[in-house]
Design a binder for this molecule. Structure first.
Ligand code: ATR
Length: 285
């Protein structure tokens, strides 16, 4: 049977096969989606990449998802990248179009679609984002198109936050957006309308988090992209501060929405809300 893969190292934790194999069966596609751990040794990794490219050319592999730590390490085997990668600087999907092997990024669109279609929330004017890694790049590459008024970027390593902001300023997608760069001790002065955690902050009990969510707008949205728990520490804090549970979510819907966008690239099928909700239920088991 022809294959699709999710590639990472480690990869055992990945939930993507569960989601994709469910949709593949539902839509009668005779493909199998599997996990594949690639080597961290540069030489072996280079050979593995070439082998994957060959198998995609020969149609043995239909498509690939890429996760940590390889999202920026596939450029050299691609024929082209799509528009989403220019801003996001990372690839989470490989697909074939007109015989060409293309790299794309569906994280940002997955995030924005989940906000709009799953939670009926429009991108607001005042956004705070924690973290400046690959996930932050992916999400902001799409959010910025809605031209928010201000984005507070808070990160442990200030230079990485600066790099991220420079990337988006240079692209000039939203010249009217004000960017602020801060470390993790910063408390936002104005009511935050969308709070996004892309960092590992909150994963350990010893992280100090008292300065967050104090200025959340009552109508604001808290999105923690981690999904190791039904309610993350930030979700629990938001709950304590009175944020409505419908606007206080973990990363499950983003995961499923980015998967749905990948499915569309591979099979040209636009999944419907029911497919999304069924996948969410699968992850509860
Ligand atoms: P991803 O590519 O998935 O976004 P990442 O870049 O490895 O993941 O990490 C995401 C963010 O978590 C980074 O911004 C990182 O901060 P640094 O830029 O300072 O490395 C942040 N992070 C990781 N561990 C952290 C910790 N213990 N405390 C605070 N932030 C942390």
């Amino acid at each position: 049977m022809k294959k699709l893969y999710v590639i990472g190292n480690p990869i055992e934790h990945s939930q993507s096969p569960k989601i994709h194999n469910y949709w593949l069966k539902k839509y009668n596609k005779s493909f199998r989606y599997e996990k594949l751990q690639l080597s961290l040794n540069d030489k072996i990794f280079a050979e593995q990449k070439l082998d994957l490219r060959k198998k995609m050319k020969e149609e043995e592999i239909k498509g690939i998802n890429i996760t940590v730590p390889f999202k920026t390490r596939f450029m050299d085997i691609l024929d082209d990248i799509d528009e989403s990668v220019h801003l996001a600087k990372a690839i989470n999907i490989i697909y074939k179009k007109d015989e060409k092997i293309i790299g794309g990024n569906t994280d940002g669109i997955g995030f924005c679609k989940s906000l709009k279609d799953d939670f009926n929330f429009s991108v607001p004017g005042i956004i705070q984002i924690l973290g400046a890694g690959g996930a932050a790049y992916g999400i902001l590459s799409e959010l910025i198109k809605y031209r928010p008024r201000v984005i507070y970027v808070c990160n442990r390593t200030i230079t990485k936050a600066q790099e991220l902001v420079n990337n988006f300023k240079k692209a000039n997608v939203s010249p009217s957006t004000t960017w602020e760069i801060h470390d993790l001790s910063f408390s936002v002065p104005s009511p935050v309308e969308l709070f996004i955690n892309t960092s590992y902050l909150g994963m350990k009990a010893d992280h100090k988090l008292d300065n967050y969510l104090n200025r959340m707008s009552a109508q604001g949205f808290v999105y923690d992209i981690n999904y190791n728990e039904e309610l993350t520490i930030f979700n629990k804090m938001a709950d304590d501060r009175g944020v409505d549970f419908k606007r206080n979510v973990n990363g499950k819907y983003m995961l499923i929405r980015q998967a749905a966008e990948a499915f569309k690239k591979w099979f040209n099928i636009s999944l419907i809300k029911n497919d999304i909700d069924e996948a969410v239920d699968l992850l509860k088991v």
